[in-house]
Design a protein around this ligand. Structure first.
Ligand code: HEM
Ligand SMILES: *[C@@H]1O[C@H](CO)[C@@H](O)[C@H](O)[C@H]1NC(C)=O
Ligand SMILES: *[C@@H]1O[C@H](CO)[C@@H](O)[C@H](O)[C@H]1NC(C)=O
Length: 384
């Protein structure tokens, strides 16, 4: 049954699995190892970032309790010219406090470390979100990803149809029915949208007594989907996006709430803090991260309030057709297999050399972080 498999995957996402043994990688695809070692970010080389062997994900932090993260070493600073931000309030905040490079271009390891340090995001979820974003929209050769739009700062482009367009690129990770961003069909799908935030506040008043919690999330998540069905002829919520739409509605109640709140106050987000994260990309003054590693807990409650299947509006508004071919929240194995075998292969039909090797390595990291139950790994490019 759907909800049973949902709790299995949420449990998987909330459980730190054993350390995986990483396979040995063979040929460097013609690139000298020494050249790759030199290719660290910020080198004085005039040719920009160069190729790297993707390192294994950073180990989980040793201390995973609550602590002050709006601290002296991580002051909030306003954007400078050229700093990149995107659709994710979590990553935007981490960049504006210097947990991530303030320019908004980072390696997967930078991101995994930052979301754990700054938000106590649970390790496997941190890895899964990061490697999926990197495989879709990062530069796999230089090991750099933009937390917003496309930039030359991630290095030379691989051959199309690969996009390497940053996490803002609509239709890969970024998708429709966001809580505080409009659908790409209507315009800027990346920027904070005040009317949508007003709606977020309204729902929090009506269903959460002024706070956003899982009950509010269940109503607002459903309402945003209905709004898109009724107004966006190109609306889609399939596969990966079906999964993230529910996960992100849960992150909002889990990761943005001060870790000193316990008992009845836990998972109840006040509106000043919500505005601080979503609009200002800033920790509330003196914010403490959650008191234990946290991610998508409560997504099952949000989904169960008004279960909505994956699907798309086909050519017109109010023409939502269920489409489970790419999987979704309640079918994580199909979602994983289609992600790798359809979405990634469409971007990289025929990779060679370092690109192919790094794809294989990153797809391995992805599977190690996710591995839905009874779902064997897919190897579209071989194993080494
Ligand atoms: C681990 C790496 C992460 C990646 C790659 C990532 C990426 C993204 C992307 C691409 C979106 C846009 C999806 C959309 O609404 O269309 C998004 C939204 C979101 N992210 Fe993240 N994220 C990460 C970590 C986090 C963390 C640590 C938090 C919370 C502290 C967070 C909270 C959110 C929320 C609440 C949204 C929904 C925004 C909305 O619906 O208006 N994310 N993220
Ligand atoms: C959310 O807040 C409302 C109002 O206080 C409350 O009735 C409801 O039980 C809360 N939901 C959760 C999951 O805490
Ligand atoms: C992946 O796609 C190929 C070609 O479309 C197909 O032959 C293969 O069975 C698929 N693999 C899985 C695991 O679905």
């Amino acid at each position: 049954m759907a909800l049973k498999s949902l709790s299995v995957v949420l449990l998987a996402l909330a459980t730190v699995s054993q350390i995986n043994a990483f396979p040995q990688y063979g040929s460097l695809g013609g690139l000298e190892a020494r050249q790759e070692e030199e290719a660290t970010r910020g080198s004085t080389s005039t040719s920009g970032p160069r190729s790297r062997v993707p390192p294994p994900p950073p180990a989980p932090p040793r201390f995973t309790g609550a602590k002050l993260v709006d601290d002296r070493d991580h002051p909030w600073r306003p954007l400078r010219n050229g700093d990149i931000r995107g659709p994710c309030p979590g990553l935007n905040t981490l960049a504006s406090h210097g947990y991530l490079p303030r320019d908004g271009v980072a390696s997967p390891s930078d991101i995994i470390k930052a979301v754990q340090e700054g938000f106590n995001m649970e390790t496997q979820t941190a890895r899964f979100a990061t490697y999926s974003a990197h495989i879709l929209e990062g530069n796999l050769v230089t090991d750099l990803l933009s937390i917003g739009g496309k930039t030359s700062r991630t290095g030379p482009n691989p051959p199309p149809p690969a996009t390497v367009a940053g996490i803002s690129n609509h239709g890969s990770f970024e998708g429709d029915a966001s809580l505080t961003r409009i659908d790409a069909f209507f315009g800027n799908h990346v920027a904070f949208n005040q009317p949508l935030f007003d709606q977020f506040v309204d729902f929090s008043n009506r269903f959460g007594n002024g706070f956003y919690n899982y009950t509010v999330g269940g109503e607002l998540r459903f309402h945003r989907i209905q709004q898109s069905i009724e107004t966006n002829p190109q609306f889609r919520i399939r596969g990966f996006r079906h999964f993230t739409a529910y996960a992100e509605a849960a992150f909002t109640a889990n990761l943005f709430v001060d870790g000193r709140k316990t008992g009845a106050d836990a998972h109840q987000l006040d509106m000043d803090s919500a505005r601080s994260f979503f609009r200002d990309m800033r920790f509330p003054r003196g914010f403490f991260r959650p008191s234990s590693p946290t991610a998508g807990e409560g997504a099952d409650i949000i989904f169960a309030a008004h279960p909505t299947q994956p699907g798309t509006n086909v050519g017109a508004v109010n023409n939502f057709v269920v489409d489970t071919s790419m999987g979704g929240l309640t079918d994580p194995c199909t979602f994983y297999v289609q992600f790798v075998n359809t979405t990634v292969r469409a971007l990289y039909p025929n990779p060679t050399g370092v690109l192919r090797r790094n794809l294989i390595i990153n797809l391995g990291f992805l599977y190690d972080s996710f591995a839905p139950p009874d779902c064997p790994q897919v190897f579209p490019y071989g194993q080494n």
